[in-house]
Design a protein around this ligand. Structure first.
Ligand code: APR
Length: 317
């Protein structure tokens, strides 16, 4: 008998990606193509994670990576993962807000986390399922992990969208744009122009206020803009790239400062709530939440956004 799947030896870092849909499979692909870790792709649909993993494995000779990927419908192979990326859930359809997904995805994410804590008790959870801030909170509650090991992906994506629109408008390289979006991953997210620059030059010196406001609006609606084009699903190229940027920062112990959904114990006038804030990511997960000095209107918008997250959590209680 020849081998059906590659062997995961445990000698490389191991990342489990739960949900082999658009976001999960694309994240898995990015992780192995970058040789960051071996990947176990898990989904409830029989055959899908296995088929996608094998398909990706068969691209290794062309793409030239050594990382291994396998697919599974259970968690046995995920044992002792360093990071678990949770993308399981339903995606948005046109006319559906992220909040409509709330209850369905809460059950799915809660169930996934219960499995993960049994097999990978020392892992770091990177939550991607929407509505993101609430799902990250649920993952934290359900796992019993310290908050530093439960983090959500939203700010990296929203900031990348913001940076893309700034680059498009100015006709500059996206590589030089560093933009920041804070708050909940929803309509009330907070683009922060005062911390958005082109190679250090504040965008407030490069764009008139009305243009910045238009770009802020487009950023807030960045997800729905894609949903309206796709009609049958939501974005996944930028979301998967964002989740993998966080995985890379954690595995490489990089100390990158990225906007992520993290437990804000007491900062920005927000207490004990998961919400998008700048954090320092290293091998321990969220090393620290960074409290910036914000303009009064940005601070107020962040607090309003946080209160919206709080309301959603209350719906589930
Ligand atoms: N365990 C494992 N996988 C599950 C479970 C579960 N309990 N429930 C659903 N899934 C799987 C589905 O079978 C599907 O393959 O999750 C996958 C979701 O994939 P898609 O429907 O393609 O959705 P995707 O676009 O990947 O988005 C996933 O990320 O960005 C967010 O809003 C988005 O919440 C959504 C999530």
């Amino acid at each position: 008998m020849i081998k059906t799947f590659p062997e995961i030896t445990g000698k490389r870092p191991k990342v489990t990606v739960v949900g082999a849909g658009f976001v999960g499979a694309t994240a898995a692909q990015r992780i192995v193509e970058k040789d960051l870790a071996d990947v176990v792709l898990v989904d409830i649909v029989d055959g899908v994670p296995q088929g996608k993993a094998l398909d990706m494995m068969e691209s290794a000779p062309i793409e030239g990576f050594d990382a291994k990927i396998v697919g599974s419908n259970d968690y046995a192979l995920t044992k002792d993962s360093d990071i678990v990326v949770i993308t399981a859930g339903l995606a948005r359809k046109p006319g559906m807000s992220r909040d409509d997904l709330l209850k369905k995805n809460a059950d799915i994410v809660g169930g996934v986390v219960s499995e993960v804590v049994k097999t990978s008790p020392k892992s770091i959870l990177v939550v991607v399922s929407n509505p993101l801030d609430v799902m990250t909170y649920i993952a934290w509650q359900r796992s019993g992990f310290e908050a530093s090991r439960v983090v959500g992906m939203a700010g990296v994506l929203d900031s990348s969208r913001y940076a893309s629109f700034i680059a498009m408008e100015l006709g500059v390289s996206p590589k030089d744009v560093c933009a920041m979006v804070l708050g909940g991953h929803g309509d009330s997210m907070v683009p922060v122009p005062e911390y958005s620059t082109v190679n250090g030059i504040p965008i407030t010196q490069l764009l008139p206020a009305e243009k910045i406001e238009e770009i802020n609006d487009r950023t807030r609606n960045g997800g729905i803009e894609i949903v309206n084009y796709l009609k049958t699903g939501s974005a996944y190229y930028a979301p998967s790239a964002s989740a993998v940027a966080m995985v890379e920062a954690i595995l490489n112990d990089s100390g990158r400062i990225l906007p992520c959904c993290a437990l804000v114990k007491d900062a920005y006038g927000i207490k004990d709530l998961y919400c998008g804030v700048p954090v320092r990511l290293d091998r321990s997960g969220v090393k620290e939440v960074i409290e910036l000095k914000l303009e009064p209107n940005s601070l107020e918008a962040l607090q309003t956004s946080a209160s919206h997250v709080k309301e959603l959590i209350a719906v589930l209680a």
